[in-house]
Design a protein. Structure first.
Ligand code: CP
Ligand code: NVA
Length: 308
């Protein structure tokens, strides 16, 4: 069976834990090495990853490219607008052709139905590099960042502030798989996807939705936020005004656990969803989090290609 990674549940809790362990080991094993040097075992030597971007990206693009290099493979990066896909070739035909040419496909797109269609017609693994619905690779990196700071995932207290977006949905999925508590504070009308919330609760994660930012952060060991307006969202003054109470500033951060870490997938809009005081402050783990995209995605690639 082809292992697609459209969401964290495609792997499940056990595989996710294995990915985190593998990422920690591989990260430790290459300290001091040049960033482009393959790991000694080069487990994906000869493998090629095709990447399709229908939206902007810095981290996902560079981290997947470096991840496949470190695993001994190589990548091809394509903007959808310069592909025949951008002129109307179908997603299904694109999937069939790329499956004959490369070993795995990563796509960043808008409508989640598109990645599902790509996976339906691809014979090689399809990996979600962000859709309007979810961003699972980001959450593997976030969990890695939390675990390497000494936190255990079961029972962890996590707070999400602001827009109930794609990153929030994947964090909710992780709460169910890894059994942590996630309190999400945001304005009415900007809640995360109800199906993700229901599925995580069924799986045993405690997911609390509130409009009170203090309720979300009280006792939280991890405080997470993201842009108030995601790529492709209309945004506007009403949207931005609704988000103001959820800004993560020093006062709000002080209400979390004193040892709490601050995460943000980036790019950040300083003085909007987070103040510079917090994002540049001692509790911020954002640069480790960004670097961990490489280490996390190496494990995602290894899992998708049956090596984990
Ligand atoms: N966090 C993240 O996915 O960043 P990019 O949009 O730069 O890829
Ligand atoms: N929620 C953001 C994440 C960017 C990495 C967006 O979709 O624009």
């Amino acid at each position: 069976m082809t292992r697609h990674f459209l969401g964290l549940s495609d792997a499940g809790g056990d595989a996710l834990a294995a990915m985190l362990n593998d990422a920690i080991d591989r990260k430790a094993g290459r300290i001091g090495q040049p960033k482009g040097k393959p790991d000694a075992d080069a487990p994906l030597a000869g493998h090629t990853l095709a990447m399709i971007f229908e939206k902007n990206s810095t981290r996902t693009r560079v981290s997947f490219d470096m991840a496949i290099r470190q695993l001994g493979g190589s990548s091809i990066i394509m903007e959808a607008g310069s592909m025949q896909l951008g002129r109307g070739e179908t997603v299904a035909d694109t999937a069939r052709v790329l499956s004959r040419m490369v070993d795995a496909i990563m796509i960043r797109t808008d409508d989640h139905a598109k990645i599902e269609e790509l996976a339906r017609y691809a014979d090689v693994p399809v990996i979600n590099g962000l859709t309007d619905l979810s961003h699972p690779c980001q959450i593997v990196a976030d969990l890695l960042t939390v675990v390497e700071r000494g936190f255990a995932l079961p029972g962890l207290q996590v707070a999400w502030l602001g827009d109930g977006n794609n990153v929030a949905n994947s964090l909710i999925e992780a709460a169910g798989l890894m059994k942590f508590t996630l309190r999400i504070a945001g304005p009415l009308g900007y809640e995360p996807d109800a199906d993700f919330v229901a599925a995580a609760r069924r799986a045993g994660g405690e997911v609390v939705l509130t409009q009170d930012p203090e309720e979300a952060v009280r006792g939280a060991q991890v405080v997470v936020t993201d842009t108030w307006v995601s790529m492709g969202q209309p945004g506007g003054d009403v949207h931005i005004a609704a988000m103001q109470p959820y800004q993560v500033d020093g006062v709000l951060m002080a209400k979390a656990d004193p040892k709490a870490v601050f995460l943000h997938c980036l790019p950040a809009h300083r003085e909007e969803e987070v103040t510079s005081e917090v994002i540049d402050g001692p509790q911020s783990a954002i640069w480790d989090e960004a670097e961990n995209r490489i280490h996390a995605q190496k494990s995602v690639l290894l899992w998708a290609l049956g090596r984990l």
